[in-house]
Design a binder for this molecule. Sequence first.
Ligand SMILES: *Cc1c(COP(=O)(O)O)cnc(C)c1O
Length: 365
Amino acid sequence: MPRPILATIHAQALRHNLARIRLAAPDAKVWGVVKADAYGHGIERVYEGLRGVDGFALLDLREAERVRALGWRGAILLLEGVFEARDLELCSRLNLWHAVHCDEQIDMLATHKTHQPHRVFLKMNSGMNRLGFAPARYRAAWTRLNALPQVDEISLMTHFSDADGPRGIARQLQLFNEITRELPGERTLANSAATLRHGGDPAVRADWIRPGIAAYGSAPDFPDHDIAAWDLQPAMSLATRIIGVQQLAAGDTVGYGSNFTASAPLRIGVAACGYADGYPRHCNTGAPILVDGVRTRIVGRVSMDMITVDLTAVPGAGFGSEVTLWGRAASGAVLSIDEVAQAGGTVGYELMCALAQRVPMVVAD
Ligand SMILES: *Cc1c(COP(=O)(O)O)cnc(C)c1O
């Protein structure tokens, strides 16, 4: 028998989250962001749950090929555009729309031979200072693109740095609106946080929203809001079982470095999951976890293949009991990936994406 660890992808939760996201941005079309192999869930595994989107957005050409191989004939957007000139051939062949964020990408388009002009998304750097044309250079880039026979429609795009926090989006939004005011074309600005927090503003939701994390059931602005507050459901559950039990006396320690000491007699369970499965090693004593659907805590250090959990709250638990690292337990109890990430000093995004290859994954409805 293999180790009992298993990740389950919930198609129904993906559908629910997508419906919830649409409510936050009425009338906007939705890019389902499936970069990084659908945030670690697997493009093929989320396809059924997410096929209600209007397009898929990602940034790896191999991943675009996989979406086409699934039979998707709708829009696909390359969020970072092409990396070298010959990528444009694949864009032509697979009918991929692509971001254009720098002069080099316009140069490549200008020498590209295609019968089918490309739909491009011209990206403005409105303050994030990662990809995109500076506001002062944006219109010149648009004019240059617009003159190319290789280019069909030009859409307008930017990305917010602080949609999840108190700095907000006002400054970037104003800049984008000012510079693009007289330009034709569809617009896209909002990630999950901007959609959920500011999607009521038609200028923010614009023509297309680009939600990623919310579709997978993580709150983009945790702990300001949790998934219950946003009415989102975990799209992934990571579960394992108790494979051993120890009875500690007061003064006994647990695990490498003996960094947890029992202050009173304590029953602990050993769960088959460790940092080699992608569980964060920083989730030391106190990190939340469910045993038989009951919330308890990790004690001691996370090892490569095992973690140790306090069984005080679940006296009936023992060998074989269900352990939920994040997501939904058999009882229906939910532990959000955001809470686990917080205990490990990171964000839900990283935990999803870092799930190890050795963890088997299945799709359930
Ligand atoms: C990843 C990404 C998104 C999605 O962001 P979330 O925070 O996961 O919703 C949107 N737009 C761009 C350009 C991205 O790279």
